[in-house]
Design a protein around this ligand. Structure first.
Ligand code: F6R
Length: 378
């Protein structure tokens, strides 16, 4: 167990440099934007099944699992009322039946070895979708080289979740580049600026009373975090739940307004003793619509005040993008501090590794590789 007011002890516990890398997220975001800008999409791509023509897509799908694809949900949440084509986020083998020629599929796997993503990638290519991949290597990089699918390579050697800037910011660049939206690259640069101004406030040197991430973490110790978002902070709530799971090694769950008012709120009628295990983290925005604000305030009174802690993260910045990224940054860093305060290593995720080792016996990645080799020309 580490005292959050002991920066030396925090640095020692941060054995794999996760927190240290979070302090440099602004640079990672800028690097990611630059790398994505350097990718030139082909006008067409030939496979043994035919010619795939690249151009302005009529739909966008982002395929991947876990920390690789969460940026897709965030993108959809902040842009769905501005972009005129559907944005689908796909976390499974295969692809939805309606995707085909004229649709763009961005396959993202940080390791490049996630079997569900490899199957989706192969399916997208077979169906004639405009495919783009983002990865640090593995099978996915090698399949792109064999087929000529445009590939954005990102720096490897880290875990997916800490590489979020490399997996999210390029999506904004691709969306603008494909003609579906304007001004996203500028917004992305501004969000990077916000990350840079927030880093010090949330860093290990800033004491708990002035450090929002440390304050959150210290309240969450010994409880199950329930994170609630809304609208453009919906996927951020889910992201924080996954960070409490993977970094802090605790059960954690998320939901959003308004749906939580139509079922989950009733669960708060349970005995106080049972509810005491939960801490609530509400994601708030100064620009939240009045009906959402009213729902949140009513829900606090009717239900959430029974939780062990009722905490709020107020998003910062002046666009939906900045708000989403700032709330995510605070919550992600809080999940690291919670790991240190609990005396656990935020980096290792043994259960995921064991599961992946067990699944590897089915050799799905090798099967996909053979399929792709059959599709590739040359
Ligand atoms: C996050 C994490 C998992 C992976 C997921 C997919 O840090 O470890 O959520 O993101 O298992 O693996 P990748 O991202 O390599 O495709």
């Amino acid at each position: 167990m580490v005292s959050l007011d002991d920066p030396m002890a925090i640095r020692k516990a941060d054995e794999h440099g996760m927190l240290e890398f979070y302090m440099r997220w602004a640079d990672a975001a800028r690097d990611a934007i630059q790398r994505a800008r350097a990718i030139e999409l082909p006008t067409e791509l030939r496979t043994r099944k035919g010619v795939i023509r690249y151009g302005q897509p009529e739909a966008l799908a982002i395929a991947g699992m876990g920390g690789s694809v969460i940026g897709g949900d965030i993108l959809r949440d902040i842009l769905q009322d501005e972009v005129s084509v559907p944005i689908e986020v796909w976390r499974d083998y295969g692809l939805p039946s309606w995707l085909g020629p004229g649709h763009m599929v961005v396959a993202i796997s940080y390791s490049g070895n996630t079997e569900e993503t490899l199957v989706a990638f192969s399916e997208a290519l077979k169906r004639g979708c405009m495919v783009i991949a983002i990865t640090s290597g593995g099978y996915l990089a090698s399949l792109c080289r064999k087929t000529g699918v445009p590939l954005l390579e990102v720096p490897g050697g880290r875990v997916t979740r800490m590489s979020f800037p490399y997996l999210f910011f390029p999506l904004l660049v691709f969306l603008e580049g494909s003609g579906l939206a304007r001004g996203l690259c500028d917004l992305a640069e501004r969000a990077a600026g916000l990350l840079s101004s927030m880093a010090k406030d949330l860093g290990p040197e800033t004491p708990t009373e002035e450090n929002e991430a440390k304050r959150l973490a210290s309240r969450l110790v010994g409880t199950v975090p329930l994170v609630y978002g809304f609208g453009w902070l919906k996927a951020v709530a889910y992201r924080l739940k996954t960070q409490f799971n993977e970094n802090s090694k605790v059960p954690s769950f998320s939901n959003w307004f308004p749906p939580m008012n139509h079922h989950e709120i009733v669960g708060w009628e349970a005995e106080e003793e049972l509810l005491r295990v939960f801490s609530v983290v509400l994601l708030r925005s100064r620009g939240e619509p009045p009906e959402i604000r009213r729902r949140i305030e009513l829900t606090k009174e009717i239900a959430l005040e029974k939780a062990s802690n009722l905490l709020e993260i107020w998003a910062r910045g002046s666009s939906k993008l900045e708000e989403a990224i700032s709330a995510l940054y605070i919550g992600d860093i809080a999940s690291l501090y919670l790991a240190f305060a609990r005396g656990v290593d935020p980096y290792r995720t043994e259960s995921i590794s064991a599961l992946k080792r067990g699944m590897a016996e089915l050799r799905i990645a090798d099967k996909v590789e053979k399929e792709i080799e059959g599709l590739a020309i040359g």
